[in-house]
Design a protein around this ligand. Structure first.
Ligand code: ADP
Ligand code: MG
Length: 591
């Protein structure tokens, strides 16, 4: 196979999904077929060289007997041992490399898909299970894609050759044997899917185990504080036990497949002996043919056993493909190649135009026709009771989800028409729960702006009031923050998130209750940051403190999925009951 054909077939297989697992498996393996074939050929050659060894041994004995010089046969023997050894090591090694390459190809594909998954898909997925699909399931492909394929194909050829010879030797005995071959085939058709199903179940249990463990660690202190360790251990133990039971079940069917292959061959042996014996006695067949036939049958036992083992192994691979393809078929955001839309600078406008939205077909509407506009420079505060749909507004601007009807416009262009990467490049977003990722402070800050200079970095650290924190950490910006930033306080995490968003130099800054966990001094300082930013960019803030709200250029009051009023603080206190209530209770008391 040439390079060009490999490339085109690879492209074809990517474009057309879904396919039968066996087709997918073949598509994975095919790209590394050349290495696989070379490895297989070398292993085979190693075997052949091994065959020469007894011949040389005979030569040595003859030479000894003849009292001649041993040099020549000994040189041959050494050469054969070295070459044979090298080939027998190199061949399987190359096949293993091919197997690892297959796994790498599949993992790369999966990683690309997983990280680009749509938010809506991730809402209902379990990260632990995804991890196990990426690590454990792909690993199952390694053996299948290397030794199994080569071994299976060689065995299949040997069996076909043997059967052909049998047909040529004696049609009657051949018929007898074929009846047995048919029996083996039928039994395999029955057993093989069961191996596959048991393996899928076993791998699924492993995935469950991963999800359960991830679940525990994602709320570790709560689990401990709730005294729920025993309960959680019980659930994990259950998953581990299921994995074991299903694995045993797969082994049972594999063992049965072994028996199911040998029994009919043994029966065939006896029947050929009986039928053939009678035919020899009646003179219809020469004794030599019968012996040849029996020897052939005997010889075929090895390849038949090998083929059945390969087929069993193949089921494991197919089970893995099944679980891998489940992930591969999830919706992800395709990386776009569309050119940049504009080189606009300055604040980005945002407008919602009669937007309705629900998180799922079976879920109630969260937005029932939201309309508001924030036409540029300035501070727009979104307020309203919890659950009114404020965070959802930000999710729609970021295009984490598509609006059900209506339009979400940024710079007057529907977000669905923006190249995704560019849209998000315009925005700095501080989420409500201000996530911080494992890694150093620096990594957390520059993740949204990899090209930021050290000066920019120090600047946002200063602006977000992180200087003191950085100063007291042993390694400053290069200190690690722990899983989910667990070594930071809630307020510190919020400031890290704000610094990260600012470092991106956004044209649109979305702050979701970004100062909710800050003390009065820090809050006042960050309010100033917000106002400064509002000079240069468009700032939308979900606010729950009066001090933020009173400084806003406009306030959008949300109530159960609709905008009930828009105005300044003074106007709204005047005209809107809900706002007046909020201002009096929630906003004021929280301030
Ligand atoms: P707010 O930020 O105003 O408190 P949200 O926009 O977060 O409210 O949520 C509005 C409604 O949408 C809530 O009833 C919430 O339960 C629901 N909701 C939020 N996120 C999701 C989600 N990912 N999947 C399903 N429902 C959600
Ligand atoms: Mg919210």
């Amino acid at each position: 196979m040439t390079d060009t054909t490999t490339a085109t077939t690879a492209a074809e297989t990517d474009a057309t999904a879904p396919k039968a697992p066996i087709t997918r498996l073949w598509a994975y393996a095919r790209r590394h077929l050349r290495l696989l074939l070379i490895g297989g050929a070398l292993s085979f050659a190693g075997g052949l060289v091994g065959l020469v060894q007894p011949l040389i041994a005979m030569d040595i004995i003859d030479t000894l007997a003849a009292n001649e010089s041993l040099t020549r046969p000994l040189v041959y023997l050494t050469a054969v041992v070295i070459v044979g050894g090298a080939l027998s090591a190199l061949g399987p090694y190359l096949m293993q490399i091919a197997g690892q390459d297959v796994v790498l190809t599949v993992r790369r594909q999966l990683i690309g898909r997983l990280v680009r998954l749509q938010v809506a898909e991730v809402d209902r997925l379990k990260p632990g299970d995804l991890v196990s699909r990426l690590t454990s399931d792909t690993n199952l492909l390694r053996t299948v894609a290397s030794t199994t394929v080569i071994g299976g194909v060689t065995d299949a050829f040997m069996i076909l050759g043997g059967i052909g010879l049998m047909a040529w030797l004696d049609p009657v005995l051949f018929g007898t044997t074929m009846a047995m071959v048919l029996m083996v085939t039928v039994m395999m058709l029955f057993i093989m899917p069961r191996i596959q199903n048991a393996t899928v179940d076993s791998q699924k249990a492993l995935g469950d185990m991963g999800s359960l463990l991830e679940r525990v660690f994602s709320a570790f202190r709560t689990v401990k504080a709730s005294g729920a360790e025993a309960h959680e251990i019980g659930r994990l133990d259950g998953a581990a036990t299921t994995a074991r039971d299903k694995g045993v079940k797969a082994s049972f069917w594999e063992a049965l497949a072994g028996v199911a292959a040998f029994m009919p061959v043994n029966i065939a042996f006896l029947m050929v002996l009986g039928v053939g014996g009678a035919r020899v006695a009646s003179g219809a067949m020469a004794i030599g043919t019968l012996i040849g036939f029996l020897l052939l049958l005997f010889y075929l036992m090895g390849p038949i056993g090998g083929l059945v083992a390969s087929l069993s192994q193949l089921q494991t691979g197919l089970a893995a493909v099944h679980r891998i393809e489940e992930v591969a078929s999830l919706d992800s955001e395709e990386p776009e190649t569309a050119p940049r839309r504009s080189d606009r600078t300055g604040p980005a406008q945002v407008a919602f135009n009669d937007v309705t939205f629900r998180y799922g077909e079976d879920l109630p509407f969260v937005h029932h026709g939201v309309t508001f506009a924030s036409s540029g420079r300035g501070l727009t505060a979104l307020v309203g009771p919890s659950g009114a749909g404020k965070t959802t507004v930000f999710s729609l601007i970021e295009r984490f989800y598509p609006a059900t009807t209506g339009q979400v416009l940024v710079d007057g262009v529907d977000v669905t028409e923006w190249p995704l990467e560019e849209l998000r490049g315009v925005i700095g977003y501080v989420e409500q729960d201000a996530p911080v990722l494992d890694g150093t402070l620096r990594e957390n800050l520059v993740m949204a702006a990899p090209n930021a200079t050290e000066a920019d970095l120090l600047d946002v650290v200063e602006v977000a009031r992180l200087t003191e924190l950085v100063g007291k950490l042993p390694e400053g910006l290069d200190s690690r923050v722990g899983y989910r930033g667990t070594t930071l306080s809630g307020g510190e995490r919020q400031r890290v998130a704000i610094a990260r968003a600012l470092l991106r130099r956004p044209r649109l800054l979305l702050l979701d209750e970004a100062t909710s966990q800050l003390d009065a001094a820090n809050e006042a300082a960050l309010k100033q940051v917000m106002l400064d930013a509002a000079e240069r960019t468009n700032v939308l803030v979900v606010a729950h403190r009066l001090s933020t709200v009173t400084s806003a250029d406009q306030i959008v009051v949300f109530d159960t999925g609709v905008v009930r009023a828009v105005g300044t603080h003074a106007e709204l206190v005047e005209k809107d009951d809900l706002y007046r209530g909020l201002a009096a209770s929630q906003l004021l008391t929280a301030a």
